[in-house]
Design a protein around this ligand. Sequence first.
Ligand SMILES: Cc1cc2nc3c(=O)[nH]c(=O)nc-3n(C[C@H](O)[C@H](O)[C@H](O)COP(=O)(O)O)c2cc1C
Length: 403
Amino acid sequence: MTVQNACPTIPTVLRFITAGESHGPALTVVVEGLPAGVPVVREAIDADLRRRQGGYGRGGRMQLETDAVEILGGVRHGRTLGSPVSLLVRNRDHESWRDVMSPDPQPDAARERRRLRYPRPGHADLAGALKYGTDDLRNVLERASARETAARVAAGALARALLREAGAEVRSHVVRIGAAALPAGPTLWAALDRVEESPVRCVDAGAAAAMVAEIDRAKKDGDSVGGAFEVVARGVPAGLGSYGQWDRRLDGRIAQALMSIPAVKAVAIGEGFASGATRGSLFHDEILWSEATGLERPTNRAGGLEGGVTNGEEIRAFAVVKPIPTLLLALRSVDHATKEPQKATVERRDTSVVPAAGVVGEAMLALVLADALLEKAGGDSLAEVLAHLEATREGQRRLAGPR
Ligand SMILES: Cc1cc2nc3c(=O)[nH]c(=O)nc-3n(C[C@H](O)[C@H](O)[C@H](O)COP(=O)(O)O)c2cc1C
C-alpha cells in the first residue's frame, strides 16, 4: 500500500534541525544544504547569540549565560565545506542541573527536586503533558522553553553569511511594547543602524523610553508585557518563491517561520494588518518607470512580496509577541496530579522578550530567504551560487532597468 502524504510540503534546499533542553548540557543544531565556501566567523555567530540574550526586560538567567558557539563540523579554516554544519551552544547553568537533567536513571530525589506541578496558562505545560502523558511538567517545559531559539539564532547566522555574500542583509526593530509604540509609518533602513544602541532595540528614543517605562510598570506588578517587532531584509533578489503551488509561496513560508517563534501570535507581511481597513487605491504600490532608475515602486506596503514572490523591494514582516506566560503575579491553575487549585508555577522571570524575539525573527527570516535563494540560484559552491545569481540579476536588469 502506498501511503500518501496528505499535506505535502516542498523539500527545502536548506534544512536545519535543533535539539537540546533548556537545562540540559547544550543546544545543538545541524544545518544542511549550505554551499561550500560560505565564510563563517565564529565572533559573528556569538554577536547574534548575545543580541538574543539582551534587551531590557530579560531576567537573571541572561546574566548567568553568555552564549558562545562551538563549531563541531562542516566548517574548515573559516569556510563551509558543503557538508552539514553542526553547531553547539552550551547551557552554562547545566552544572547545577546535572542530576535533574541527567540522561541516565537517577534516584527519585533528583526528579522530585525540580518537578513541575502547576501548569502555567499560556505556556506549553498542560498541552504538552496531555500530549505526552507525563506527570512531570518539567519534561515539557525543558524543550518548549524558548531557550531553543539560541540554536535557531546560531543557524540563522550561517544563513545570514550566505545572504551577505549575495548582497542581502536582515535586520529587526521593536515597534511596540504594551501601550508604547513607534509613531505610524515605515521605518527607514538607515534608522535600523542605531537599533542596538537602544535598550529595547527601538529606533525612536522617545518611544524607547515609553517602552522601558511599560516594562518597569509590568515588572513592578509582577506581570509581563507583550509587543511587536518588524524584520526587514534588503538586497533580496526579485523572483524568490512562487505562486505556482500553495506551499511555495514565500509569504506563507515567512509567516510560518515567524509564527513558529515561541510567543509570536500574529504575523503580517508589509502593512498586512492595516490592509483590511483601507481601499485598494490607497494600499497598492504603484509601478513607475524612469530611464535613470528603471522600474520604481514609490511605496512598499506589500512588504516586498506579491503573489508569494519577491518583487525586489525590501522584505518587511511584522510579528506580534504575546506577554510571556510566567508571571510572579501567578494565574490560577491546578496541581497536575491532585487537581487541587494552585497558583501557576513561576520558573523564568523575563518581563518582556520582544527585543530578543526580534533577533530570533531575523534568524528565521534569514533561514527562509537563504533557502529560497538556493532554490532559485543554488549550486554546490558559493562561486556557483553567485554566478547563477548574477545571471538572474542580468536577466532582470533587461526587464526592470538598473534598479
Ligand atoms: C526569546 C524568548 C524568551 C522567552 N522567555 C520566556 C520566559 O522567560 N518565560 C516564559 O514563560 N515564556 C518565555 N517565552 C515565551 C514562551 O517560550 C512561550 O510562550 C511558550 O513556549 C508557549 O508557546 P506559545 O506562546 O507560542 O504558545 C520566551 C519567548 C521568546 C521568544
